[in-house]
Ligand binder design. Structure first.
Ligand SMILES: [Zn+2]
Length: 123
């Protein structure tokens, strides 16, 4: 009798966990679809900007690839993305990251701040 109560409790607990896992999976799928849609929109905008640059300034794919590589290497690592790097603040000479607009120690403007690094940082 006691064993049956224990077993029933385990079954109910497993049902609850299964429902929670299913809900989490559905949320992840919805989030994945939203991210894919945002990437598609961003890709379209990037292609539009690139077509203007080609038409108006005569740039070609070699120029584009060279600039991508140059920007990729601006953080010192060729990894296909920009990441925050540490540098010396001109105001107080302490080490700060390129992800901050102002120095976290003295408050002066960060001369190497990059809004793109801030966007790429994981929240
Ligand atoms: Zn500073």
């Amino acid at each position: 009798m006691l064993w049956d109560i224990f077993q029933q409790s385990q079954i109910e607990d497993n049902k609850r966990k299964t429902t929670e896992a299913r809900n989490l999976s559905l949320q992840s799928s919805a989030m994945n679809i939203e991210i894919q849609e945002r990437i598609s929109k961003l890709s379209l905008i990037t292609q539009a900007v690139w077509s203007f640059l080609k038409e108006k300034h005569g740039l070609d794919e070699t120029d584009l690839m060279n600039r991508i590589e140059e920007l990729d290497m601006s953080d010192g690592v060729k990894d296909g993305k920009l990441t925050a790097v540490v540098h010396t603040c001109l105001g107080c000479a302490k080490k700060i990251s390129t992800k901050y607009k102002t120095c976290i120690y003295c408050g002066c403007q960060n001369h190497k701040y990059s809004p793109f690094v801030e966007i790429n940082e994981k929240k």
